[in-house]
Design a protein around this ligand. Structure first.
Ligand code: PEP
Ligand code: MN
Length: 339
């Protein structure tokens, strides 16, 4: 971190600034130029409050020269992290697909959908038991009963399961859930993230509705700082002004994240688009951009789905998507011919 000092700051002012910096456990290194004085900070600057520093009278501006996220940073961990969940891997060349209904609605529904998605090549079954709905009057999910259905699916099909956790107090109920999903609306629920950091469960962390890439990485950092390094990031579209799609899928976030972090990157084309016919094309784009996996909503009877029916793929559509996803994968992962 570099602090650019205002012009005409008296030596006492500079001393005061350096004293403050030392109190923050960093060593200030003052460089007096002809026109400008700058202070380079040596040491761990992660806990420095950049806004407080900027508000000090002696300070013109502050520039970070390294990222505020450390554990998620590829700089300090050049190899891709592979997250293993129930025998399935994501990252480092391993690609996985999580598929299933938005909400767990009944055992029959989950069994029908799980059989179809497994047959099509999905590696993880998804289903929400606790649903973060915009309206308090909308279906809130089956809760504990829904988790029991997921356990049955897991045993019946030998597939790991992913489900959203909204409240850290529910953690004991999620023992049998292989991947804990943190929904977009909870990406910055820091007390939840801290509690998940104390577990050793794989976490699927979804990008917040209006979160920057850096905020997503800082949310991952919360979990990792607690000791849980098994984090996967999920691009699921961000809020914008267009109403033709539910959100705007940020495809560029995938290669941007690839450069910044070693964590696996998953794409969710269902919540990104909100429309069934847009899901597959966006999935192909995500795969072409280098995603390590997908999370896709599939329902055998979307017209009667308790939530998100408008974006659900029918099993046949999912199967078709999976065949093309594997074509896109081989097109982008095949080594280029040497001419
Ligand atoms: C979901 O996966 O059903 C969900 C609610 O996703 P998001 O948090 O991305 O909206
Ligand atoms: Mn959904």
């Amino acid at each position: 971190m570099i602090v650019i000092v205002r012009e005409n700051v008296a030596p006492e002012g500079l001393d005061e600034l350096c004293g403050y910096l030392r109190s923050q456990d960093v060593e200030p290194h003052v460089i007096v130029g002809q026109k400008q004085t700058v202070v380079g900070l040596i040491g761990d600057t992660t806990s420095i409050d950049i806004h407080h520093l900027e508000s000090m009278g002696q300070v013109a501006s502050v520039r970070r020269v390294s990222e505020p996220f450390k554990k998620a940073n590829r700089q300090f961990h050049p190899d891709d992290t592979v997250v293993e969940a129930g025998g399935v891997e994501f990252g480092g060349g391993s690609f996985g697909v999580m598929a299933g209904p938005c909400s767990v609605e009944s055992e029959e529904q989950c069994m029908i959908v799980a059989e179809a998605v497994k047959q099509a090549g999905a590696t993880v079954f998804r289903g929400g038991a606790f649903k973060p709905r915009t309206s308090p009057y909308a279906f809130q999910g089956m809760g504990e009963e829904g988790l029991a259905i997921l356990s049955k699916v897991k045993r019946e099909f030998g597939m790991p399961v992913v489900s959203e956790i909204m409240d850290a107090r529910d953690l004991p109920l999620f023992d049998d859930v292989d991947i804990l999903q943190v929904g977009a609306r909870n990406m910055q629920n820091f007390s939840l993230l801290k509690e998940l950091g104390k577990t050793d469960k794989p976490i699927l962390l979804k990008r917040g509705l209006a979160a920057t890439i850096e905020e997503l990485l800082m949310a991952a950092e919360y979990i990792m700082a607690g000791g849980n390094g098994r984090v996967m990031l999920c691009e699921r579209g961000i809020r914008s002004y267009d109403t033709r799609t539910r959100n705007v899928f940020d495809v560029s976030a995938i290669p941007v994240l690839r450069g910044l972090t070693h964590l696996p990157i998953i794409a969710d084309p269902s919540h990104a688009t909100g429309r069934t016919r847009l899901v597959a094309p966006v999935a192909y784009a995500a795969v072409a951009a280098g995603a390590d996996g997908l999370e896709v909503e599939v329902h055998h009877d979307p017209a009667h789905a308790a939530s998100d029916g408008a974006q659900a793929l029918l099993p046949g559509q999912f199967d078709e998507m999976m065949r093309r996803v594997s074509m896109v994968r081989s097109a982008v992962t095949e080594p280029l011919a040497v001419l």
